[in-house]
Design a protein. Structure first.
Length: 150
């Protein structure tokens, strides 16, 4: 009789893993296309908070204002400062408070700079441009989904 070949035990495992990887890739592709199918283009997603004021501006204006903000942006604090404080033994709560205060102050400075740049731009608009801007802002506000209450 012919010799009976011994079954390779690793082959079903390899085939199973290959099938799982193929399903994962297919699911990722289908999920990504489903998420974007019929949805709004990226620009049309409605921003939250003060970002909606920038979103309602024309693209060229947003770009110009971003450039101005980058030029005027105060130095950002580094997360490394907090990491160093967290690694101290014993922990120094006052040092952590100083880092958080510095980050808060930097955030407020960025917000102040953004407000000034935006206000300068809006002040330079004509009445017709401001009305058009207000219409775009109203359109974005109307598109916002209602807030979810927790």
């Amino acid at each position: 009789m012919a010799e009976v070949k011994q079954k390779r035990r690793w082959m079903p495992v390899v085939l199973g893993l290959s099938l799982a990887v193929n399903f994962a890739v297919a699911a990722a592709v289908v999920g990504a296309s489903w998420r974007h199918m019929g949805g709004e283009p990226r620009e049309e997603r409605v921003a939250r908070g003060g970002a909606i004021y920038m979103q309602a501006l024309p693209r060229e204006a947003r770009h110009a204002l971003r450039q101005q903000l980058r030029a005027a942006e105060p130095k950002r604090t580094e997360t490394g400062d907090m990491i160093a404080v967290l690694r101290q033994d014993p922990f120094d709560a006052s040092a952590a408070t100083r880092v958080l205060a510095s980050e808060r102050d930097a955030g407020l400075a960025r917000q102040g700079a953004a407000t000034a740049v935006w206000l300068d731009y809006v002040t330079s608009m004509t009445v017709a441009e401001r009305n058009s801007y207000a219409d775009r802002l109203q359109h974005l506000m109307d598109k916002r989904p209602p807030k979810k209450h927790r």
